[in-house]
Ligand binder design. Structure first.
Ligand code: NAD
Length: 341
């Protein structure tokens, strides 16, 4: 059997707990992977290293696939987000977050099945902030035609491959006529010229958010610039049970990094109660990526077995605290492992 070298970044906060649980599940399922463990974030700093060490970046460039735990970013001061640096340096320009109801996790809505595609490299994440006067500071929102067209192409291509019927762009081009205007015009042009078969909709983001919480089933694939994608991802997580159940992937030309939408959750770190499911689901996305891009059917079969096992666990009430259950991180991983067929 082929095995794939995968860079594993445990991260910090709940990161090491949920990555350890995910590794156990993948090992029990016989996933064709071989971990290449690298550091980033507070874990790297604690070893007296850069927050994003060059050898971590080199390893991802070399092996092209990584599974990453969350990394803490200091609020209002300190170093630039490791996550943002990683996405920019490796040009992982497309973030994908599938948001679906799980049968074992009842929520207000039962028919949510949408995909968020977020531009991952620019917008207000340019990191360009200046002190203008003693009174005023400024943050620069950047949009380039290259990145706007690139993410629009990526989203329409992805929608076509996944047989998605409709793309909705959330924007604020009524106010940010240049930056959001460029994002919107790029998506509109790609739709008109190349993908007229896919239904296309534009919504101002405030109204879009209201519609999302009224009836999320009216959406299929959402295309958003960086900050809107970040905020709307958490909003959508709330529709299906919270941050514990939403996986994610960051794709670029030179590699793919799989990680949950959630952060390092310092409020519960070290307590053994974090839900590892979002990272397990991200690992399932990773195995499907290996199946599709590297033509490895064994990885795809393994992904299906893990998915069936966690669905069965949830349906039988085996859940972590965030989902109203009694289990800790490791106990949930064991519940999934016991149901692997
Ligand atoms: P968070 O996602 O870490 O936590 C928000 C809330 O959700 C908390 O109450 C937390 O306990 C809960 N939660 C999150 N994941 C959970 C899980 N797996 N199981 C159970 N409960 C879970 O967001 P935050 O508190 O705003 O951010 C904490 C840190 O994480 C910040 O430094 C932020 O910058 C960072 N962050 C990192 C990433 C990443 O590495 N990709 C993403 C988002 C936030």
């Amino acid at each position: 059997m082929r095995t794939h070298p995968i860079v594993l970044i445990p991260g910090d906060g709940i990161g090491p707990e949920v990555t350890a649980a995910t590794k156990r599940v993948l090992a029990a399922a016989g996933a064709p992977v071989e971990w290449v463990e690298c550091q980033a974030g507070l874990a790297a700093l604690a070893q007296g290293r850069e927050v994003l060490p060059q050898d971590t970046l080199d390893a991802i460039e070399r092996h092209r696939v990584a599974l990453k735990g969350p990394c803490t970013t200091p609020v209002g001061e300190g170093f630039t987000s490791v996550n943002v640096q990683l996405r920019k340096q490796l040009n992982l320009y497309a973030a994908v977050r599938p948001v679906r109801n799980l049968t074992g996790v009842p929520t207000r809505f039962s028919d949510v099945d949408l995909i968020i595609v977020r531009e991952n490299t620019e917008g207000l994440y340019s990191g360009v902030e200046n002190q203008i006067t003693e009174d005023a500071v400024m943050s620069m929102k950047v949009a380039t035609q290259t990145a706007c067209v690139r993410i629009a192409h990526w989203a329409f291509r992805f929608a076509t491959r996944r047989r998605r019927k409709k793309i909705t762009v959330f924007h604020k081009a009524n106010i940010m006529k240049m930056t959001d205007g460029l994002f919107l015009r790029s998506a509109r042009r790609v739709h008109q010229h190349e993908y007229p078969n896919i239904e296309y909709q534009e919504l101002i983001i405030d109204a879009g958010c209201m519609k999302l919480v009224q009836d999320p089933s009216q959406f299929d694939l959402l295309l958003l610039e960086n900050l809107y994608g970040d905020v709307v991802s958490d909003l959508c997580a709330g529709l299906v049970g919270g941050l514990g159940v939403v996986p994610g992937a960051n794709y670029g030309e030179r590699g793919a990094v799989f990680e949950a939408v959630h952060g390092s959750a310092p409020d519960i770190a070290g307590k053994g109660v974090a839900n590892p499911l979002a990272l397990i689901m991200s690992a399932v996305m990773m195995l499907n990526h290996l199946a599709e891009d590297l033509d490895d059917a064994a990885a795809g079969a393994c992904a299906e077995r893990i998915k069936a096992a966690y669905n069965q666990a949830l349906e039988e009430g085996q859940k972590t605290r965030d989902l109203g259950g009694p289990l800790g991180t490791d106990q949930f991983a064991s519940a999934v492992i016991e149901r692997l067929r």
